[in-house]
Design a protein around this ligand. Sequence first.
Ligand SMILES: [Zn+2]
Length: 80
Amino acid sequence: MRCDCCGKRKCWLESFEDINAGNKVLHLCVKCSTLVYKIRDVEKSNQDLKKSLIAELESRMSENSSDFKKWLDDKVLKVQ
Ligand SMILES: [Zn+2]
């Protein structure tokens, strides 16, 4: 299993986060899922922090993370 954001391969003692993205399940490593939760939890008034968290997450994305990017745009960024 690989992280759908950064492409990191799952280690045996690592727990990946499962994300239900409609017709498929995405898997995120701990670092990427932590960033997603931070982006979700950031206060509306703190757009600078949110932007920097999104930039950090985007910098982790690999060329294979288009499904994850779409999910992030639809379910996290548009919702807020
Ligand atoms: Zn990752």
